[in-house]
Design a protein. Structure first.
Length: 131
């Protein structure tokens, strides 16, 4: 039996975490949540998820700090990261790739946008593990 992909939803806004969970629950994923930057990093190190949906502005550590840390650590550098943030499309488009994010999504977002990006990133993740 194949294990379900593990997705970490890291955002300090409980309503946003609930919304993302609601959008993803009907799919075949194991969902975990983090409510701060330090909580997110701890769960990344323990759970080693397949995908991290990461807010930029969180207490403890920013999403950029977490991403920078992940990209320098063996075993975590290849985890797919989707930045989910309200910093604005232009800044997100410029900053996300600069820090090593695989993709980004601006708040507010549509369910279809989120699902498309999640599926694409997880598919790429599986392909990378095979090859």
């Amino acid at each position: 039996m194949t294990e379900l992909p593990v997705i970490l939803i890291a955002d300090d806004d409980p309503d946003l975490r609930r919304l993302v969970r609601m959008y993803l629950e009907s799919s075949e994923y194991t969902l975990i949540e983090a409510n701060s930057g330090t909580d997110a990093l701890e769960k990344i190190l323990i759970e080693c998820p397949d995908l991290v949906i990461l807010d930029v502005m969180m207490p403890g550590m920013t999403g950029w700090e977490i991403l920078r840390y992940m990209r320098t650590k063996s075993g975590y550098a290849d985890i797919a990261v989707l930045m989910l943030t309200g910093i604005g499309a232009a800044l997100n488009e410029m900053s996300s790739p600069m820090y090593g994010a695989d993709d980004y999504l601006d708040k507010p977002f549509q369910e279809a946008e989120l699902l498309t990006k999640v599926r694409r990133l997880l598919s790429s993740q599986r392909d990378n593990k095979k090859g």
